[in-house]
Design a protein around this ligand. Structure first.
Ligand SMILES: Cc1cc2nc3c(=O)[nH]c(=O)nc-3n(C[C@H](O)[C@H](O)[C@H](O)COP(=O)(O)OP(=O)(O)OC[C@H]3O[C@@H](n4cnc5c(N)ncnc54)[C@H](O)[C@@H]3O)c2cc1C
Length: 464
């Protein structure tokens, strides 16, 4: 046991299981302090996440209390200035898990260099991923297409597991380290709309484990088909837990490997898309700030604040689009099929730059994750690697009729339309019956005409 204090830098690692850096800190030091750096400016564009973060911090604080370990929350405007000050104190060792985003990985290099120069003991561990951005083609170049990526990535991962699972042990006494710490209440968002999230989510490790077990026992077999229907609980809904590290993707893999059920491979392939997206943003970091495909730099996007606002509020007049946006605004999550529909509508029907959608999702999604959100938006827009071609334009009426045939999803989130018969539910303007719905008053007319918008989009695409 080392005599000095062991610091664990907590990021998106709100778990006891497979938290390698935290386990190592408790193995090496009797005195351990966990610290969280709350960078307010980062969270100012991620309002919904503040709610999940606050809840997770409170829960993790309670859990670590049992082990006699303190969490200290420090507010900072810059990680660099925080660490530059920390280097001056020499009486600690520090441990953390990697975050697979280019900014974090390059900051790890800065820290490693300066911690070494200052003779401070440190160790960095594998974070919440199966493969650490090290899957490449035979010729050493990164993959740009998902299927061959995942074929290689799965094999690569299987060659490396398993590791022996270690556990966190209890301390005799609690220690503290930092002076200027803040209360977790400061992390919570000020706005009231987040109060609703309590109804839908329990941000902690046990809930993540419970959700995974319930998904594997009851739903994984029908996943391949059911995942397309937003009114059904067909997917795992694990994304916010994965994002905040309340469950490690290795745990998901291991639990899936224990069973032989239909649907497992399809489900793991979706975890594979998450791996692929992390690989993409790290090998092609220019896509974080702009189009992966440079030819889209010339795309004639339109600025239209009225349309953008209608889209954000779920008032476009296209029921499946509006239902999706309202699900997002109410629950902090949106079904994957509907993410594709609303995304396509923004960039193709409204010709608004995907970055506006990306920004809005970042602010509202509880599962917001740089790799998945940026790649998801570029996939929808046609400008990403292995993306849906731009000319394939989702028809919001047909998508609604196919994936929400009985209208349960639309009626849940757009209750104004609850009495509209199924035949007209996804095109209420054809009903022409004011006794059922007064369009323009109770629910908007479509803000664009589908056929015209489609033609305009194809025309705009020709310009690049
Ligand atoms: C425009 C757009 C934006 C998106 N933004 C995000 C985001 O910010 N954060 C995020 O986690 N996902 C994002 N996705 C991907 C996907 O919609 C969500 O991961 C999924 O809906 C989460 O629900 P689930 O946990 O029930 O998924 P499940 O179907 O149960 O899948 C299990 C896990 O696999 C991963 N996964 C599933 N689908 C995808 C996918 N298409 N791409 C990458 N990983 C996937 C997620 O980690 C998910 O939790 C986005 C997709 C689109 C089209």
């Amino acid at each position: 046991m080392k005599k000095n204090i062991g610091l664990f830098w907590l990021k998106d690692d709100f778990r006891l299981k497979k938290n390698l850096a935290l386990i190592e800190a408790t193995k090496n030091h009797e005195k351990v302090v966990v610290f969280y750096l709350y960078k307010k400016i980062k969270y100012d564009n991620q309002e919904a996440q503040k709610w999940w973060l606050g809840k997770s911090l409170e829960d993790f604080k309670r859990k670590l209390n049992y082990y006699n370990i303190n969490i200290e929350i420090i507010k900072t405007d810059s990680y660099k200035s925080f660490f530059d000050k920390l280097f001056k104190k020499k009486d600690f060792s520090i441990y953390w898990n990697r975050t697979y985003e280019p900014n974090y990985l390059s900051f790890d290099k800065y820290l490693s260099k300066n911690l070494t120069l200052n003779k401070i003991n440190f160790k960095i561990f594998k974070g919440n991923i199966l493969n650490e951005i090290d899957v490449k083609k035979g010729d050493g170049t990164p993959f740009k297409v998902f299927t061959p990526f995942w074929r290689t990535a799965e094999k690569f991962y299987l060659e490396k597991i398993p590791q022996i699972e270690k556990k966190i042990s209890k301390r005799k006494n609690k220690s503290s380290f930092f002076k200027e710490i803040i209360n977790v209440q400061e992390v919570y968002p000020k706005k009231k709309w987040f109060k609703k999230f309590d109804k839908y989510w329990s941000p902690n490790e046990e809930s993540a484990t419970k959700e995974l077990k319930s998904f594997i026992s009851n739903r994984i077999e029908s996943y391949s088909d059911a995942r397309n229907f937003p009114s059904r609980l067909g997917t795992s809904k694990l994304s916010p837990y994965i994002k905040h590290g309340q469950i490690h993707v290795e745990t998901i893999w291991e639990e899936c490997a224990k069973i032989k059920k239909k649907g497992v491979n399809k489900f793991l392939a979706e975890i594979g898309w998450r791996e692929f997206n992390h690989s993409l943003i790290n090998f092609f970091p220019h896509m974080i700030k702009g189009n992966y495909s440079k030819k889209f730099d010339k795309f004639p996007w339109k600025k239209n604040p009225t349309f953008l606002q209608a889209w954000k509020k779920g008032l476009t007049g296209y029921p499946i689009v509006d239902a999706g946006m309202r699900e997002l605004n109410n629950t902090g999550w949106m079904h994957n099929r509907v993410r594709m529909i609303v995304g396509s509508f923004l960039v193709k029907h409204l010709l608004i730059n995907w970055m506006e959608g990306e920004k809005f999702f970042k602010n509202c999604l509880l599962d917001y994750n740089e790799a998945n959100n940026i790649s998801g938006w570029q996939w929808v827009s046609g400008c990403g690697a292995d993306a849906a071609p731009y000319f394939r334009i989702f028809n919001p009426i047909l998508q609604g009729e196919k994936f929400d045939k009985e209208g349960e999803y639309v009626r849940k989130w757009v209750p104004e339309l609850k009495n509209v018969p199924n035949k007209f539910l996804h095109k209420p303007w054809e009903l022409k019956n004011d006794n059922i719905i007064r369009l323009g008053k109770e629910y908007p007319y479509p803000i664009v005409n589908h056929e015209q918008a489609r033609a305009k989009a194809l025309n705009a695409f020709k310009k690049i």
